[in-house]
Every structure is written in C-alpha cells, then in structure tokens.
Design a protein around this ligand. Structure first.
Ligand code: HAM
Length: 422
C-alpha cells in the first residue's frame, strides 16, 4: 500500500523542533507581556464574509489563497489566512473597547493560505501578531514597530532592513489612485496580466509587482508620500521623529503598499537578507477604518504579524544559540533484569519530583547505554549493575571527566547528589 504523506505546504514538527518552538513561544509571550498586551485566541475558521470584507475582495489572499469550504448547513467558512480581521471581529463581539481607551491584544497560532509552497512559504504557517485598537497617536505606531524590531534584536538578529511608508487615508489616497491610473492606463499593454486586471480596481498593488515590465512601467511614478493630506503627512513626520528617538533605523520605501485593503497611513515591513525571495520577517500597518467596516464605531487600529517559520530559518542559518536544549539531568543505566526492576520506581519517583531523568528500555550493554547518554548530552550517568545492587549502591559517573563516585542507592541520597552537581 502506498504511504500517505502530509498535504503540500504543511509539515510535521518533530521533538527536536518542538523544543525550539516552545522556547521561542515562551519568549514571544514574555515580550508581549512586557509591552502590556493581553493574549487573544480566536477560532481557526471564521465566516468567509469576514475576510472578504476585512481583507478586501480584490486582494490576492481573498481572490486566490483562501481555504474556503461549506459546512453541513452550506454556510461558507474559511480557515483564517491572517489574524487582524478575526481580532477586530472579536473586539466588537465582546465589546473590548468597553468605556474607551486603548486595547492592546496579541495572538499566536497557525494561519492558512493556499500559496505555491517554497522556502519560507507554507500553506499552514504560524504567526505571532499584535493589534492595538483605539488610538490615532503615532506613538502607538512607533511602539508597535519597536516591539516587532526589538524582539529580533533580543534574539541577536540586528542587521534588519526596516521599510516604512504611508499610503494615506480615504481623503488623500483617491487623488494618488487617480494619478496612478491616469499615468499607467496608456502603458496597460506592457503590464503583466495580474496588473492589467488590478489597474482599475487596486492600482496601488502595481507598485510592488515584481514583474520587470511592471516595474519599468511604474519607474517614474510620483511618490505617494508627496500627495498625502495634511493629517497623514503630519502623522508620518511624527512617526519618523519617534523612530529616530528610539532609535530604529528604517528606510523609506514608496513602493511598499502591502497586500491588504484595510491599511491606512503607516505601513511597514521588516526584512532579513538570509531569507531569499520570501524575505519578509514581519509586516504591519495602521487600519483606521477596519472596525467601522466590520460594523463598529469608528475606531483606529494598528498592528503587525510575524512569521515564526521564517524567524526560525534565520536563527538556524546563523546558528544563533538562543534555545536551551532539553537535556536530561541524569541517565540511569541498569544492567540486568533485577537492576531494571530496581531502577524503574526510582525513575518515576525522580521525575515526579521534577528531575529530568532518562533510562534504557532495551536491555542494552553498559557501553551502548553510555553512548546513548553521551549523544543526549547528559552530564551524569547512574550505573546500576549486579554488584552495586547487592551492595545497595549506585555508581555516579560524571561524563565530562569520567570521574566516578559510589553513593547509596537511596532516593534522598540521589537527590542530594543531583543538587550538589547542578
Ligand atoms: P502578512 O504580511 O501577510 O501580514 O504576514 C505577516 C508575516 O507572516 C509575513 O511577513 C511572513 O513572515 C509571514 N507569512 C505570511 N505568509 C506566509 C506563508 N505563506 N508562509 C510562511 N510565512 C508567511 C498579515 O498577515 C497582517 N495581518 C499583518 C497585520 C496585523 N497588519 C496589521 N495588523
């Protein structure tokens, strides 16, 4: 019979990987708590309409990348392709705005996009992300960008490319949009088929098309930042002063528009050189109209999301040692059946007391057991042969020095020994 393998674009995390993931997850929860965010967990699937309305009908995600299915009552549901729309839905559904003020939420978990898989791009991937609702202040934009960047810095990734742009608001963006359409319409024939389709509906997306002929066509396009209204212009200027004060180095990228219709004003991305084509570690921006578009009172918002797989690719490629290996603190090597029986209750008792202890379950030779312990990186091995058992003793071997010490085969004595060796 043929073997069944994982679906395209998904993967298994094996024990060595999950140890790293868990370590990273702890660090993620820690930084969000330090910055004053509360964790929100939303369902893995939502009504399709939420993403159609929230992300935008003409975006790549909604047009071609969603995993959409009908439930048994023929309702259209979609596996969440991102977290922002769900967070806004939950914010409204549970009235998290309460009596006003700023609501700071973060999330962590799997997202699903039916994209062509490649290095750093999966169909099920994990994001951690932040959403801040209720403030128009550019200090919030700067705080969100600082959090995103500082997390990488903590992990030792400091050579980051932070790209920043402002894409205006419903007051000023239509002016730019019309200018773009006007300038690009005569060049329609030279655009890729995707951009030809998008020109009238979503012309800003043409700016970040990687197709060389589209890049040529948009080469001399005026900058969006030159057509910002007074409010968007001043917001952007204040944000730049705040980022300089942290300091966070960034560069202005007038082609950065991002693939979601909800953005207004600030958009940003953090890139890492080692990632190849899929080089964005994280991305985000302001969405001052999304809450209203989802049926709430006008409420500004800003957030970002970051890919966990891509972060791990960067950490692995740099051999950054931020992870603590899960090495047992003691390996007990029983020799013979009587020793195995004596070791077993000890093993369980030590584990129940919180010690990380391993043993052999294959009845192997001492040499083989020492080899296994060495491979695990264990520094202490307790050897229990027939002689030791008869004398109610256990031989403790320090693997680094091969130094050995006989101690009583007694639970409290072993604990005391482990404590002094720690
Ligand atoms: P996004 O740029 O689509 O933004 O995704 C954020 C990050 O998720 C990317 O920079 C990348 O690291 C990771 N990512 C995206 N797609 C994939 C994939 N197929 N495979 C692996 N990693 C991927 C958002 O999702 C917005 N919701 C961010 C946001 C929050 N804006 C405001 N608030």
């Amino acid at each position: 019979m043929s073997k069944i393998i994982v679906p395209k674009g998904t993967y298994d995390l094996l024990p060595d990987d999950t140890a790293k993931w868990r370590d990273l997850e702890t660090k993620i929860h820690q930084i969000f708590s330090e910055y004053g965010y509360g964790e929100i967990r939303t369902p893995l699937f939502e009504h399709t309409e939420l993403f159609q309305r929230g992300i935008g009908e003409t975006t790549d995600i909604v047009e071609k990348e969603m995993f959409t299915f009908a439930d048994r009552a023929n309702r259209s549901l979609t596996l969440r392709p991102e977290g922002t729309a769900s967070v806004v839905r939950a914010y409204l559904e549970h009235n998290l705005a309460g009596s006003g003020g700023v609501t700071k939420l973060y999330y962590y978990g799997p997202m699903f996009r039916c994209e062509a898989p490649q290095a750093g791009r999966f169909r099920q991937f994990s994001q951690y992300g932040a959403e801040v609702l209720g403030s128009l202040d550019p200090r919030v934009d700067a705080e969100v960008i600082a959090l995103a960047v500082n997390f990488y810095r903590r992990l030792g990734i400091t050579d980051l490319d932070v790209r920043l742009n402002s894409i205006g608001c419903p007051n000023c963006r239509p002016v730019y949009r019309s200018k773009l359409i006007e300038r690009l319409r005569p060049k329609t024939g030279g655009l890729c088929s995707n951009c030809q389709r998008r020109l009238e509906r979503n012309p800003l997306r043409l700016l970040d098309c990687k197709n060389p002929s589209c890049q040529d066509a948009t080469a001399d396009i005026p900058l969006i930042t030159e057509t910002l209204c007074a409010e968007c212009g001043s917001h952007f200027e204040k944000l730049r002063i705040l980022l300089d004060s942290i300091p966070i180095n960034y560069h202005l990228d007038s082609r950065l528009v991002r693939g979601f219709d909800y953005y207004t004003k600030t958009v940003f991305e953090v890139l890492a050189g080692d990632l190849g084509a899929q080089n964005a570690l994280c991305g985000g921006g302001r969405y001052d109209n999304l809450v209203e578009e989802c049926g709430g009172n006008p409420t500004p918002g800003i957030g970002f999301a970051a890919g966990v797989e891509r972060l791990l690719i960067v950490l692995e490629s740099r051999k950054t040692s931020v992870f603590h290996p899960e090495t047992p603190e003691l390996y007990i090597a029983p020799l013979g059946e009587a020793a195995q029986l004596a070791v077993f209750p000890l093993l369980i008792k030590l584990r129940e007391a919180g010690w990380k202890v391993e043993s052999d379950f294959l009845g192997r030779s001492l040499k083989a057991q020492l080899k296994t312990a060495d491979k695990m990186g264990v520094s202490l091995v307790g050897i229990l042969g027939e002689d030791e058992l008869q004398g109610r003793q256990i031989l403790m071997r320090r693997m680094a020095t091969s130094q050995q010490e006989m101690i009583p085969l007694d639970y409290d004595c072993i604990i005391n020994f482990l404590k002094t060796e720690k």
